[in-house]
Design a protein around this ligand. Structure first.
Ligand SMILES: NC(=O)c1ccc[n+]([C@@H]2O[C@H](COP(=O)([O-])OP(=O)(O)OC[C@H]3O[C@@H](n4cnc5c(N)ncnc54)[C@H](O)[C@@H]3O)[C@@H](O)[C@H]2O)c1
Length: 373
């Protein structure tokens, strides 16, 4: 179970089943339906899609589930506690707004909405109505990211110098969003979570080769100050699928390859130091440290199941989710800045001073860990 960001976790208690409806039964929605259906404390009461054939498929898999093409009717007729939205991004805001105004706890797939203004409105309604609002930043619920965050926060790789992330494959081309809005939310959610703070400045370059106006390859740079930065490369044009993140620290480096079936994280005890006193000759004698390679054992759990369970737990206990609406908003703020930078041919876009830290920024957490308690 994932720790939520506010209260301490209470021991698990018997609780009534949360009645959930899932909207959108395309590629991703069925994964959410399968996971909620498998959890003992949830019941998938209804599903909704505009396409009858998708609903028929769901009825085949889950006989007895109520199906709707009319979302408003489903909200009015069914006795629901929560709504889960897995539809195209431009529909997230209107569907989530309707759900929240109908008093339903709401889980929205990433990215939360199409603009910062939309996210702000959804957060305001959820706060006013005292409802759980969560965003599907799936990787935050994965064992590799949990372990990487732990290792970095304990100071085991030293200061993070930079993070490099690549998410590349062929397609699936989206109609309403570019590759940054489609793929980069995964990398960005991990980077923000690990760094524990918002970047000061973002810039993004890219091109639309296949569909006019919809970039299919982009490179994002995020500047966190003090020479720390992150870069994210996203593409729908590469023949080989790549899911690779490198966290380069002052003492060690972590490589996370999500396509590796078991050994997803490798920690390299490798770094380079500058000699303490150097002159024009000694500068050629940098000290290279080659140590061991460590591959930690990771529990195999489906991250989406952990995410769904966390949503139910936050509803039951009134806790703020790890990927709450505020985190969804911060991520969309970065995506918006990327779009602005793309329009300005990669010009840097400054971001307002944000507060993303759960336990203080990474820098403070690492300093504390390296000094000791
Ligand atoms: N967390 C993850 O790892 C992950 C992975 C893939 C997709 N996603 C997200 O899931 C969402 C859906 O993506 P997808 O790939 O499944 O898209 P998709 O196009 O395959 O499916 C979307 C479905 O929503 C339905 N739909 C559209 N508008 C609707 C409406 N107003 N009411 C009811 N149904 C409607 C469509 O008919 C379609 O069946 C997106 O936000 C995407 O970013 C998340």
């Amino acid at each position: 179970m994932i720790e939520s960001t506010t209260n301490e976790l209470d021991p698990p208690t018997e609780r009534p089943k949360t009645r959930v409806a899932v909207v959108g039964c395309g590629y991703w929605g069925p994964n959410l339906i399968r996971n909620f259906n498998a959890l003992p404390n949830a019941r998938v009461a209804a599903v909704c899609d505009l396409q009858d054939d998708r609903l028929e498929h769901m009825r085949g898999l889950y006989p007895g589930v109520k199906t709707y093409t009319d979302y408003g009717k489903m909200l009015a007729v069914e006795d629901l506690d929560a709504v889960v939205i897995a539809t195209p991004v431009h529909t997230h805001h209107p569907l989530a707004k309707e759900a929240l105004l109908a008093g339903k706890h709401t889980l929205i797939e990433k990215p939360m909405a199409s603009s910062v203004a939309e996210c702000e409105e959804l957060n305001a309604i959820a706060d006013r109505e005292n409802l759980t609002l969560m965003v599907g930043h799936t990787f935050l619920y994965s064992e590799p990211i949990h372990r990487i965050t732990e290792i970095i926060s304990h100071g085991d790789i030293g200061e993070v110098r930079y993070i490099n992330s690549q998410r590349l494959n062929l397609g699936l081309f989206q109609q309403d969003i570019n590759v940054t809005w489609d793929l980069a939310p995964h990398d960005l959610s991990i980077i923000l979570h690990v760094m524990g703070e918002m970047p000061d400045c973002v810039n993004c370059q890219g091109n639309a080769h296949v569909t006019a106006g919809i970039e299919d390859v982009t490179n994002i740079s995020l500047n966190f100050g003090d020479k720390r930065f992150a870069s994210v490369q996203s593409s729908w044009l590469e023949p080989r699928k790549v899911r690779l993140m490198t966290f380069v620290g002052s003492r060690r480096t972590i490589v996370f390859d999500d396509l590796e079936p078991r050994e997803k994280i490798r920690i390299y005890d490798v770094h380079v130091d500058r000699p303490p006193h150097y002159d024009s000759f000694a500068q050629f004698h940098y000290s290279y440290h080659y140590g061991d390679l460590y591959i930690p054992h990771l529990d195999q759990q489906e991250p989406l199941r952990v995410l769904c369970d966390h949503f139910l737990d936050c509803i039951a206990k009134g806790n703020r989710p790890l990927s709450c609406g505020r985190k969804g908003l911060e991520l969309v703020r970065i995506l918006e800045a990327c779009s602005q930078s793309l329009q300005g041919r990669g010009a840097p876009v400054d971001l307002p001073n944000g507060t993303h830290a759960d336990n203080g920024t990474l820098r403070r957490r690492v300093e504390r860990a390296m000094v000791g308690p």
